[in-house]
Write a new protein. Structure first.
Lengths: 732, 158
């Protein structure tokens, strides 16, 4: 691409400020790109890790340094229940804390609904090891053999006498942890036992604080002598600072420092009061230079690649195309598109940083505190050991808070002024300056054989990198040459039987629009295309869509059985097959999330011909997510997924022009609102012996597809592009 | 002066033009009232001005001078109830229904619900939906919010 420098003039800058367009670009602070990029924390937890997370305090209570960041998904509660199960304690005897980054070694970023799925095992091992350690202490104390020390609530009994954990903590110690022991057997593993905590609907210990406004989120942190900073961020992705002229920002009362550092693209104000920041920034005129020809997002069009047969990655290519084509009698071909989308968590991000000679402290909510630590250390050229991140509860995450950009901004400013500095993003900055769910463009060809089975399935799609979306540019091109982005492909391997030929190819293309993790990654876009096609096949064969799906799930083993089960269950729940009013339609869809969570959804959609509106009236969801540690939390997660699915199907869409998003607040980027929320019916199907698995983003993909299929049932028009509405379906 | 959660708070004139939300959060340091959009679109900043639910981000400090402002921190004090943890009935209903996920929108939701119930003590389902529609919950807890409002109305009656 040719690079044509272009300047945005002063009046444009004014315009940008007036309309709130203050920001752009994820890596505004370019000094971050050292030789080796700082990467997110990705190592999976091991059983050994659990022992460092759990301790017993002198009063017999349990301290749990929870290795999952809380953003409403409830992982801290579920994992606390596992601790309680192992140690035989009650909820009020557990103090669950978000560990500072110097309290624990790095743990994996909180993503992918892995809180219970991956961490329950190590947590159980750690707690069980601690229990057995204390059993030994009890045995030593009462001079009885180890195996005569019996479990009791909050401790043990020995020869009929109760010994609480607290009595076993030596006088001089305040806290006791235990070494890892590989030989312990967690109770958690023995699911036939009578569980005290597992399977119970513990409520969040934070509830009372939330409803009284006492919970501390990133925006609520105040440290003594804190100053307030804000930055002029580039108005377009990739723009660099050409010139900044200060017209007296420092004269405003309370302004402590005006920072203009053109070499580092940094223009900022630090003040004693947050109220003066906007006025002070207005007094600095900035000119930005950028490449105007952002790659248009229509390059993400699968047809362009299909004609050239040009896909970077082949997810699978099984069987023979020729025999498949021979066998197929009914054939469907269609394209499906999903939009760029934003996380739009209710809390726009914020942070406080305090850079001192001996230590750097950061207060912020983020999905990966160790990534923040590493990035801040690199930015300030400090040792990672000198940086401590104090993590806070997040007001929503959804994949969008792996980074905490204001922490980096605040750190740079604090280093300059030598005082703690708070930086908080406004809603417009949150929309403009983060990364996004990429657009997806799909084409699927499929055909049925004479017996009505799927003979071939050829799915091609193009989108952008998701897991590697945030890798900075010099490394990205090297990486992209070798690695297929699994996040982009999540959910692209459809679960149904294919007799002759199954092929899935894709390309993950960088477009200059920052892309990264967003709830479920590729699962919903891929599931939408797959389950719409399944619907098309069913209709083309004149079969009932639910029965058709079941008939394609006969040969695939255990996964097929569990998926069939939730499909049957949801059919019962929704009374599938009943006749419905002519303005209503029912649609079904199913998916296996991350090869572990089996979900089926039925949607009922209503067409209001007078108002020319489509709404989702009911959603039924059956989910098999193995062992359910906390049914109420899981149901709340499923509810959130269903609502999110309505938003993706009917509302959410981000567009870009001139290298910046065209939607910067909830007036133009619409999310689902209360009156639009359907009735929901949720059932959890437990397969005996199945371990607990991901629930935070599993139900939403089939919800999206079920809504689209319901709209087809109601109107005869198939939504091929999301979001869709009455007009885009051209119902009249 | 602004009467904030029952106490008179002096206000200097040079703060009259800032938003009431910024004033509450960064001057009075009551952090329970949340910023979500700054444009009157999400309801996270909902407070009561003389008992009516208002968006604090859409008011200036001057608008509140001489008036009574209640924030989530002061809500319990307006219910006239004592004992049982001193929570407002709406807050109790929120706990009973375990409404929150991330919780960030919930102070605003609760303030809207409390004002709605003061105006219409026994709202029907459509009135609840319409009354709560200005408050976004990105985590998607609408159904539980609805249940909690209905529960608060029910328990108020009994
Ligand atoms: S912050 Fe006031 S309505 Fe959103
Ligand atoms: S609970 Fe998270 S936004 Fe409502």
């Amino acid at each position: 691409m040719t690079y044509t420098p272009q300047t945005l003039d002063h009046s444009r800058r004014r315009f940008l400020i007036k309309t709130g367009w203050l920001a752009a670009g994820v890596t505004a602070l370019t000094s971050c790109s050292g030789l080796i990029p700082v990467l997110p924390t990705t190592a999976n937890p091991k059983d050994e890790d659990g022992s460092s997370w759990i301790q017993i305090l002198a009063d017999g209570r349990v301290r749990f340094l929870c290795p999952r960041m809380e953003m409403g998904q409830g992982a801290t509660i579920g994992l606390s229940q596992i601790v309680a199960e192992e140690l035989g304690v009650t909820q009020d005897q557990i103090e669950c804390l978000a560990p500072d980054s110097d309290q624990l070694g790095p743990f994996k970023m909180t993503v992918g609904s892995e809180g219970i799925a991956r961490f329950s095992g190590p947590v159980a091992m750690g707690a069980a090891g601690l229990r057995e350690h204390f059993r030994q202490l009890a045995a030593d104390k009462v001079l009885l053999p180890f195996d005569q020390i019996e479990d009791a609530a909050g401790g043990f009994t020995a020869a009929g006498n109760f010994i609480g954990y607290g009595e076993l903590v030596p006088d001089q110690a305040r806290i006791i942890g235990a070494e890892y022991r590989a030989d312990v057997v967690p109770r958690f593993a023995d699911r036939n036992g009578n569980s005290r905590a597992i399977g119970k609907s513990w409520k969040s210990p934070e509830l009372k604080n939330i409803v009284t406004g006492q919970t501390i989120y990133s925006r609520d942190i105040a440290v003594p002598d804190m100053l307030y900073g804000d930055i002029v961020r580039p108005p377009r992705y990739g723009a660099t600072l050409k010139e900044a002229i200060n017209r007296g920002a420092e004269t405003l009362p309370g302004v402590v420092s005006v920072v203009i550092d053109e070499a580092n693209d940094l223009v900022a104000v630090v003040a004693k009061s947050p109220f003066v920041l906007a006025d002070a920034l207005e007094k600095i005129e900035t000119t930005w230079q950028s490449s105007p020809d952002e790659i248009p997002d229509d390059i993400l069009d699968v047809s362009l690649y299909r004609t050239r047969g040009d896909f970077e990655h082949s997810l699978m290519d099984e069987g023979s195309a020729r025999s498949a084509d021979k066998a197929a009698i009914a054939v469907t071909s269609a394209n499906y598109t999903t939009s760029y989308m934003a996380h739009a968590a209710m809390e726009p991000r914020a942070a406080v940083a305090w850079v001192r000679e001996e230590e750097v402290e950061i207060w912020c909510g983020c999905q990966d505190p160790y990534f923040v630590r590493g990035r801040v250390a690199a930015l300030l050229k400090r040792d990672q050991k000198e940086v401590v991140v104090h993590p806070l509860r997040m007001g929503g995450g959804f994949g969008g808070r792996v980074l905490c950009q204001p922490a980096e901004e605040a750190a740079v400013l604090s280093a300059r002024v030598g005082m703690p500095v708070r930086v908080q993003w406004d809603r417009e900055t949150e929309f403009q300056h983060n990364y996004f769910q990429p657009k997806f463009s799909h084409a699927i060809d499929s055909g049925l054989d004479e017996a009505g089975h799927i003979a071939f399935w050829r799915h091609d799609f193009v989108s952008s990198p998701i897991i590697f979306g945030l890798v900075p540019s010099p490394f990205a091109s090297i990486l992209d040459a070798f690695v297929a982005d699994e996040g982009t492909a999540r959910g692209a391997d459809m679960p149904y039987d294919v007799s002759e030929h199954k092929r899935v190819r894709y390309s993950d293309i960088r477009t200059g629009i920052p892309t990264g993790a967003w709830r479920g990654l590729g699962a919903a876009p891929n599931t939408f295309a797959i389950e719409s096609t399944m619907d098309e096949l069913a209709y083309s064969a004149g079969k009932d869509p639910l029965a058709f799906r079941l008939s394609q799930l006969e040969n695939n083993g255990g996964n097929s059985k569990r998926l069939s089960e939730v499909l049957r269950r949801v059919g019962k729940m929704a009374d599938w097959g009943k006749s419905v009013d002519k303005n209503l339609g029912l649609g079904v869809a199913a998916a296996v999330y991350k090869d572990q969570t089996f979900v089926a959804v039925v949607a009922e959609v209503r067409i209001d011909q007078q108002r020319e509106q489509i709404s989702v009236t009911s959603l039924w969801c059956a989910q098999d997510c193995g062992l359910v540690v906390n049914p109420d939390q899981v149901e709340n997660q499923v509810l959130g997924n269903l609502i999110w699915g309505c938003g993706m199907a009917l509302k959410e869409k981000l567009t870009f022009n001139e290298g910046a998003p065209g939607q910067l607040n909830f007036d133009s980027y619409e999310v689902l609102r209360h009156v639009e929320a359907p009735r929901t019916f949720i059932e959890l199907v437990e397969t005996p012996g199945a371990p607990p698995v991901a629930v935070g983003e599993s139900a939403f993909a089939p919800a999206v597809a079920a809504i689209a299929n319901a709209a087809f049932a109601a109107t005869g028009k198939r939504p091929r592009q999301l979001p869709f509405d009455y007009d885009s379906l051209q119902i009249q | 002066m602004i009467k904030l959660n029952g106490k008179q708070v002096p206000v200097s004139k040079d703060l009259y033009e800032i938003s009431l939300l910024d004033f509450i959060r960064d001057q009075v340091l009551l952090k329970g009232t949340k910023y979500g959009c700054g444009q009157g679109l999400c309801g996270a900043c909902t407070i009561h001005l003389d008992g009516i639910a208002r968006r604090a981000c859409q008011l200036n400090v001057a608008d509140a001078v001489g008036h009574e402002v209640t924030t989530i921190e002061g809500l319990a004090g307006t219910s006239g109830e004592t004992g049982s943890d001193d929570l407002h009935p709406v807050q109790k209903a929120w706990i009973a229904e375990a409404v929150p996920q991330c919780g960030y929108c919930q102070p605003g939701q609760i303030m809207t619900a409390a004002a709605l119930l003061r105006e219409k003590p026994q709202p029907d389902a459509d009135q609840i939906r319409a009354g709560m529609n200005g408050n976004i919950c990105r985590c998607g807890t609408y159904e539980r919010i609805h249940r909690a409002v209905a529960r608060a109305a029910r328990e108020d009656q009994s």
